[in-house]
Write a protein that binds this ligand. Sequence first.
Ligand SMILES: [Zn+2]
Length: 202
Amino acid sequence: MPPLIPSPETIMQMLKRTSAFREGHFVHPSGKHTAHYFQMPLAFRYYDTARVLAVALSRKFRVDKEIAAMLPKVSIISPSSGGIPVAFGVRDALSAEQIYWAEKEEGKRMFRQYINQGDIRPCIIVDDIIRSGNAIIETIGLVKELGVEIIGFGTIVRFTSAPESFEGIPVKSLVDFDAPTYDSGALCVECRKDAPVEHVRF
Ligand SMILES: [Zn+2]
């Protein structure tokens, strides 16, 4: 029987196989340089892979007794479009009642109109990847404005430079990714090797 929650190594193999994890020399819009890049929707384009990833993450919540006791009256919330397939997959595996996702409108993260106080069940906030944690922090602000209790956080990949917990609640992740990010080309190891550059949009 395969393990219920695949190891981080197995998850990384899936992300490599689907080209969601890429190695090379990348320049980000912020000007930062890296030798790695995650384009997570490339993993979620394969339904079977998406399902394995979301079910694995859901198991980390299922074994949390406090969360399990609150099901199914729970909402799964994604900070952005990238986390929507994660939210649907986790919802499916946990049989949670609700799914919400935020979007950026004119630079401000928000829910769609007509989502009101009292509508949203206690929530688990999930994303495909947590790089800085800013999207999560903005989403925490949104749900607090609506008076929603937060009971969990989860992501497929968490950069080790991002917070390990928010609001005193640890983030459940399938992979904790640690690799250097260079603030400029002058500091970048790949630049020193004259490695060809790819510019990434996010
Ligand atoms: Zn570089």
